[in-house]
Design a protein around this ligand. Sequence first.
Ligand SMILES: Nc1ncnc2c1ncn2[C@@H]1O[C@H](COP(=O)(O)OP(=O)(O)OP(=O)(O)O)[C@@H](O)[C@H]1O
Ligand SMILES: [Mg+2]
Length: 252
Amino acid sequence: MQSATEKGTPVIELRHVEKHFGDLHVLRDVNLAVGRGEVLVVVGPSGSGKSTMCRTINRLETIDSGEILIEGEPLPQEGRELARMRAELGMVFQQFNLFAHMTVLDNVTLGPRDVLGVPREEAERQAMELLERVGVAEQAHKVPAQLSGGQQQRAAIARSLAMRPKAMMFDEPTSALDPEMINEVLDVMVELAREGMTMVVVTHEMSFARRVADRVVFMADGQIVEEGSPDEFFDHPRSQRARDFLDSIRGH
Ligand SMILES: Nc1ncnc2c1ncn2[C@@H]1O[C@H](COP(=O)(O)OP(=O)(O)OP(=O)(O)O)[C@@H](O)[C@H]1O
Ligand SMILES: [Mg+2]
């Protein structure tokens, strides 16, 4: 058996995952493996289960059956182990989820100090490096409301990175942004991908997907209907549902 850290073990793996919300069957036999350094883009119509799948990966949602493995280890059910595992997966959502009453710097240092026990000075040094990397170092001492949406989202990415995650998940990170701010966030994500971060990205930004994705997964009605390289998927979708979806997003 391979050890969990050996190359070849997926960073994230879903096996036969099933999930209902009441009568609604939102995830149907979802099987997915994300390799180290892989960038997986997830697309699909509204309500197809993309966010739910992301949320099950770090147990913001429970699953009915199946398995979710992080580096070959099953996700713990609860307690300290779960908190640790969650910290290993960064998550950036559509709505900027910085703490409103704290400075950007405090937002970024909170996790490392509280969860990883990094001393304040060291945490602040690392945070400033990360804020520099995402281009918002000048905003470090402001509160989120004083930043633009794009700056807030980049700060949110820095906050996730401060936890030294094994993988980053992005759920439509640019869809609440004004158009002129979308690229500044995508550029940070492109850079992260280049540096070898394992990433799961739900997005309708097709040019980003084409440029950065190693693999595109198309979901519809809680199922993975198609997967392939960006060129395969965008230029030669196999299913009618994928063709309809691509027509709909290209239509506007
Ligand atoms: N907490 C919840 N309780 C009940 N139903 C839910 C809950 N969260 C999501 N759903 C339903 O589950 C289905 C999948 O939702 P999900 O948010 O995963 O879709 P999505 O693919 O992310 O859609 P979008 O592109 O609009 O973000 C939808 O029908 C949604 O209404
Ligand atoms: Mg969603």
